[in-house]
Design a protein around this ligand. Structure first.
Ligand code: KIV
Length: 273
């Protein structure tokens, strides 16, 4: 397997490499991954961090919200990705309902994600989840925070909306970012945040920020892979599609159907004597 290296280096990616990348001003890449072959393709492409996101619920399992993704789902897909790659840092989401109830629940579920192969866990929220972050870190489990639009709170936030647009909201986000850092998180996702606010937070905190719909100043970027590769058909403003997998896959399946129908597949070369 030819593995190209990302900006953080060719060896196994560790948390300290993300911190080095921030210090050197070298943006790193994160993609979601949920299964063996896509994870291996992203490793071969040199992607630095693979996020087994709870978005697996909406991109693979057919749910309309990540609130439907269960802890068991996260264990299954985290295991699949972790067993399939070597170099990228593997981060897994704590599912909705597995940490809001307190530090003990957070640690119990975090331990199970680490046992499944995650090297870091991600949870959504600021001040309110600082005790959970502290408990996870004290238990030896590295944490990635997630602020801005937090999909597990889609109902409370009244839909997918950019957060921190006014001065009060921006100040609150910056305070939450500092709270997440002070609780011990090692990195922070900023989702659907004005570019200027993400730039300010990236400046204020020492931990690397990873943006999704948060402009170019973040220390790293993340996208849901099916959006990045044009499979999902989602064309939000912050998404750039780097391929048209929906078209290519549809064409391949159509060609297969036609060749089966006219008996040109399988041919002699695909048949046994
Ligand atoms: O679950 C997920 O895919 C995420 C990204 C949107 C950052 O949390």
């Amino acid at each position: 397997m030819s593995t190209s290296s990302g900006p953080v280096g060719p060896a196994k990616v560790r948390i300290r490499h993300l911190h080095d990348a921030k210090d050197r001003g070298r943006p790193f890449s994160m993609l979601t991954a949920y299964d063996q072959f896509s994870a291996q393709a992203f490793e071969e492409a040199g992607i630095d961090v693979l996020l087994v996101g709870d978005s697996v619920g909406t991109t693979v399992l057919g749910h309309s919200s990540t609130t439907a993704t269960t802890h068991q789902d996260m264990l299954t897909f985290t295991g699949a990705v972790a067993r399939s790659v070597h170099r990228p840092l593997v981060v897994a989401d704590l599912a909705f309902g597995t940490y809001e109830t307190g530090p003990l629940d957070a640690v119990r579920h975090g331990v199970e994600l680490i046992r499944a192969g995650a090297e870091m866990v991600k949870l959504e929220g600021g001040h309110a989840v600082a005790p959970q972050i502290r408990a996870l870190v004290e238990a030896g489990i590295p944490v990635m925070g997630h602020l801005g639009f937090t999909p597990q709170s889609v109902n409370a936030l009244s839909g997918h909306r950019v957060q921190g647009r006014d001065a009060h909201g921006a100040d609150q986000l910056a305070e939450d970012a500092v709270a997440v850092q002070e609780a011990g998180a090692s990195a922070l996702v900023l989702e659907l945040v004005p570019a200027s606010v993400a730039a300010r937070i990236t400046e204020v905190v020492q931990i690397p920020t990873i943006g999704i719909g948060a402009g170019p100043a973040c220390d790293g970027q993340v996208l849901v892979w099916q959006d990045m590769a044009g499979l999902s058909g989602f064309h939000g403003k912050f998404v750039k599609t780097f391929a048209d997998l929906r078209r290519d896959l549809t064409r391949a399946a159509e060609q297969y159907r036609v060749e089966v129908g006219e008996r040109s597949y399988p041919g002699e070369e695909h048949s046994f004597e």
